[in-house]
Design a protein around this ligand. Structure first.
Ligand code: CAA
Length: 382
């Protein structure tokens, strides 16, 4: 196995700065690279805020926080940032054209020993690996937002990724205190986003179809499906630009995966990108971290069976297509999205028969993309 000592994170946005912090917290020296020092300054401010939260909650001491902070070196010069790096984690915006440019430049400077990992949330790993001179040493390492708190990392080998790289990735993920789930096939959305992204759109359709409010849906998602946040709240928290890009990518690969609701594009076109711009589905006051007020009383007003059905159907697709096991789905949703209840446990509470029936009803009204997956049809309650 390849022993990782020095790490370079490319891109200092929401994911990049968080991943750099996670690595520094595990004792690694990290170079955080971005194209402008003003972006790096903002990223380091966010790291400071996060570390101060962890100190406040007594997860680490102030002395440890200071040491962690100093393990992160900001760098604008790409060549310098790649010097002596064992593992490169690319977390630049989700645009294949941009990634192409980044990997062409990286290939000029990276040392022979450097393994490449992309934190892409939906782009095809095999295609990105092919942009580089080392496809056998290229892998997907997908962290979840906020990386400092979410314990999951999806590991996605491309078609050409060798076993040595997979083993190194598994070992690295555990060394940074995270839990890996192997996504056996390079499918659109991997595991979590295959469930999460279509759910955002479905919730937007439910607003109209069921004539309910956002907080009713969100409260039901939180109190009846075990999510830590409502789905619109989570979309705003993730960033609607991120959701939109992931949607477009998934839809371009297969139109049956996700049924884009126009509201997301409208919000993105108006630059209402969620919490970070002060407005998305909800409005925010501009604080670093804000939550929407969701209540059990509001939850009582809405039955989220369509949302349970659509998430379970996408999970079922992953299982019947041998992308991962049912246990992997439950683990990924628990550690990547903070679900407090297993998805299939929720399906059992709503009744497998009712869920399948709901999908059939939706298929007859809205199209065959809702047809229940074979795994769900033959699912036996415990
Ligand atoms: N670092 C340190 N502390 C942080 C933090 C960070 N980055 N972000 C938030 N916190 C703090 C909060 O400020 C809060 O502190 P206070 O108590 O002092 O206010 C504390 O953590 C806990 O927050 P909450 O009280 O709001 O509690 P919570 O139990 O809901 O936990 C959460 C917060 C972990 C974010 C939880 O809501 C959660 O798991 N949400 C779902 C997140 C999710 O689904 N992520 C995946 C999105 S999809 C994705 O990332 C993939 C993709 O490719 C698009």
């Amino acid at each position: 196995m390849h022993l990782v000592k020095k790490i370079t994170v490319l891109g200092s946005g929401i994911m990049g700065h968080g991943i750099a912090q996670v690595c520094a917290m595990a004792g690694y020296n990290v170079t955080l690279r971005d194209i402008e020092s003003s972006l790096l300054d903002k990223a380091l401010e966010k790291v400071k805020w996060s570390l101060s939260k962890l100190v406040e909650k007594q997860k680490i001491t102030q002395i440890e926080a200071d040491r962690i902070f100093h393990r992160i070196t900001p760098e604008v010069d790409l060549e310098l940032s790649l010097r002596d790096t064992d593992l490169l984690i690319e977390a630049v915006p989700e645009d294949l054209g941009l990634k192409k440019k980044v990997y062409t430049d990286v290939d000029k400077f990276a040392e022979e020993k450097t393994l490449y990992a992309s934190n892409t949330s939906t782009l095809p790993i095999t295609e990105m690996a092919a942009l580089t001179g080392r496809p056998e040493r290229f892998i997907g390492l997908h962290f979840f937002n906020p990386p400092q708190l979410m314990r999951l990392v999806e590991i996605i080998p491309g078609r050409g990724t060798n076993q040595h790289t997979i083993n190194t990735a598994l070992d690295f993920v555990m060394r940074v205190g995270k839990e890996p789930v192997l996504c056996r096939k390079d499918v659109a959305g991997f595991i979590v986003n295959r469930i999460f992204i279509p759910l955002v759109h479905e919730a937007a359709y439910c607003l109209e179809r069921d004539g309910v409010s956002m907080t009713q849906i969100d409260s039901a998602v939180k109190y009846k499906m075990g999510f830590p946040m409502g789905i619109f709240e989570l979309a705003d928290y993730t960033g609607l630009d991120v959701i939109f890009k992931a949607t477009s990518e998934m839809y371009s690969r297969d139109t049956r995966i996700v049924h884009p609701h126009p509201k997301i594009k409208e919000l993105v076109d108006a630059q209402n990108l969620g919490q970070k711009t002060g407005k998305g589905f909800y409005e925010y006051s501009g604080n670093t971290y804000e939550r929407v007020n969701l209540t059990p009383e509001e939850a009582a007003k809405y039955n989220p069976i369509s949302l349970v059905a659509v998430s379970a159907n996408n999970a079922a697709w992953l299982i019947s297509n041998n992308v991962c096991t049912k246990e992997d789905v439950d683990k990924a949703l628990r550690l990547g999205m903070g679900l407090k209840k297993d998805l299939f446990g929720t399906v059992e509470i709503f009744g497998v028969g009712n869920v399948v029936e709901k999908l059939r009803e939706m298929a007859s009204k809205y199209g065959s993309r809702y047809d229940p997956d074979v795994y769900l049809q033959s699912y036996k309650s415990k």
